[in-house]
Design a binder for this molecule. Structure first.
Ligand SMILES: C[S@@+](CC[C@H](N)C(=O)[O-])C[C@H]1O[C@@H](n2cnc3c(N)ncnc32)[C@H](O)[C@@H]1O
Length: 486
């Protein structure tokens, strides 16, 4: 043993001296011999090319291995039951470890099992941190590659299942055949079948909605924005008795979805005072967004909890769905920060990890989505004579000026493009926040479905365009504003 150590030391030493000598020789030749320099350049180029080729092949092999590993990891369905998940997690980690120990040829197999463990672990980010400390480099590289590929595949296949077939529309990149570099490129909705004038294209419930502050003293259902006139037995929250609902069902849904986090009558003094502030700022101001965001996050938690209970983790989360819609990039204002901090304390604290999730960046991204995509609700009632522009200082898409009672955010309708000659119109048939999209012109399968974001009337193009620019920072490219010349 001692001898072999010595031999190794001598070998290293000798090699060291030899290479040093070569360096000197090399440098002397390089400076003094032009033909050697040329030869060297050629050889350097050749070597570089060979290195690039090898890197390309290794990279391609790595990509293939990552792709194959991901397909294998997701081939078998993952368990949904908690006990089964725990069992599978332990088995997968232990299998991964023993495969890794078997050597390089088993690295991909090891990654497959470690990845399956990751898919059922409740806190994947935490597990990745543990993996980073415990799993050796080559396997970790495959796992991280699988993760990136999984996220990419998931994103790319989003529109395969959204919108649901029952909505009779598809989301598509438009104009047909255009790519993202085309200035007219946008995502929009196309008809999945022909529609006649008056046909209902789809009916959609919102992810969040809010009554306009102008109607704060009027009688409307706090949840669905239905006028309470004529409703014999409106319900009310037993704790805060601040809000009325058109039915016990609306009261219970509101409680489940968000009111349990936002009740000003909460037994917890700090929750109660923060919630009061939130509603007060809505009542005093003109902003709808803070309350809509608060309700949205409450709804998101409830949806997520239900999804996990039903074992539907592989479905897209509401946040992922929302992130697919466009947003406005907004500079944060001091009031935004105050709202975000209050909200993180009110809702975020209730769920581990959510307080950090509800940071200022996500708050602003949600506000931007509301400003860009919300649609005016026109649920009617005696008090509703409010003009769309008076509904909020933040403009909401509304094809009619009068009768606006609030605003709501819809996932599918977020994709409706504006046209000054639209072929569809949102209406509120049950006098609540549920949107019914109706065809106002005949629509052929494959044709883009549009609504008007403003009251078009018979105003000339510059007037319409000025309003669209002022309210939505939108340079209208609809066929009426920019006729297509053949
Ligand atoms: C509610 S989103 C509609 C969906 C959006 N096109 C997308 O790609 O997700 C509104 C945004 O779409 C674009 N848009 C809608 N109608 C338009 C029009 N007539 N001309 C130009 N851009 C329009 C604007 O960028 C606008 O802010």
């Amino acid at each position: 043993m001692k001898n072999s150590t010595l031999a190794a030391l001598i070998a290293v030493g000798t090699l060291g001296v030899a290479s040093l000598g070569y360096v000197f020789y090399f440098d002397y030749k390089r400076r003094n011999d032009p033909s050697f320099r040329r030869k060297l350049k050629r050889e350097k180029k050749k070597a570089q090319k060979a290195k690039q080729e090898v890197e390309k092949i290794t990279q391609a092999q790595r990509e293939i291995s990552i792709d194959r590993a991901l397909t294998r990891a997701l081939e078998e369905p993952l368990p949904t039951d908690v006990a089964q998940k725990e069992k599978m997690f332990l088995e997968s980690v232990s299998l991964g470890e023993s495969l890794f120990a078997s050597g390089e040829t088993k690295y991909e197999d090891a990654a497959v099992h470690f990845y399956r463990a990751l898919k059922v672990y409740p806190d994947p980010i935490e597990l990745i941190t543990i993996y980073q400390k415990t799993i050796p480099g080559p396997v970790l590289t495959i796992i991280m590659g699988m993760l990136a590929r999984d996220v990419k595949r998931r994103q790319e296949s989003y529109y395969d299942t959204f919108p649901d077939q029952s909505m009779q529309v598809k989301a598509a990149g438009l104009p047909k055949g255009a790519d993202k570099s085309d200035p007219k490129f946008h995502m929009g909705l196309v008809a999945a079948k022909d529609f006649a004038v008056g046909d209902i294209i789809y009916v959609e419930k919102p992810e969040t909605s809010q009554l306009t502050p102008a109607l704060k003293d009027a009688e409307y259902c706090e949840f669905c924005l239905k006028p309470l006139e004529g409703i014999e037995h409106p319900a009310a929250c037993g704790k805060c008795s601040l809000f009325k609902y058109c039915s016990a069902a609306c009261k219970d849904t509101a409680y489940d979805e968000y009111h349990r986090f936002l009740c000003p009558g909460s037994e917890d003094a700090s929750t109660a005072s923060s919630a009061k502030e939130l509603y007060q700022s809505w009542a005093e101001g003109k902003e709808l967004a803070p309350l809509m965001i608060a309700k949205f996050f409450g709804h998101m938690i409830t949806t997520e909890q239900k999804r996990q209970l039903a074992g539907q983790e592989s479905d897209y989360t509401l946040w992922e769905r929302t992130e697919h819609t466009t947003t406005l990039l907004l500079p944060g204002k001091p009031t935004d920060q105050a709202h975000q901090v209050r909200l993180a304390a009110l809702i975020g604290q209730q769920v581990p990890g959510l307080e950090e999730f509800m940071n200022e960046e996500r708050y602003l991204s949600m506000k931007g989505r509301i400003l860009r995509n919300a649609i005016a609700v026109r649920s009617g009632g005696e008090a509703a004579g409010v003009a769309a522009s008076a509904a909020s200082e933040d403009y909401v898409r509304s094809p009619a000026d009068a009768g606006v009672t609030g605003a709501a955010l819809y996932l599918v309708s977020s994709y409706l493009t504006h046209s000054c000659a639209p072929n569809a119109e949102p209406s509120f048939l049950d006098h609540d926040h549920v949107l019914t999209l109706k065809a106002t012109r005949p629509i052929q399968a494959g044709e883009e479905i549009t609504m008007s974001y403003i009251a078009v009337g018979d105003r000339p193009t510059p007037a319409r365009q000025a309003e669209l620019m002022e309210k939505f920072r939108l340079h209208c490219t609809c066929p009426l504003c920019e006729p297509v010349t053949e």
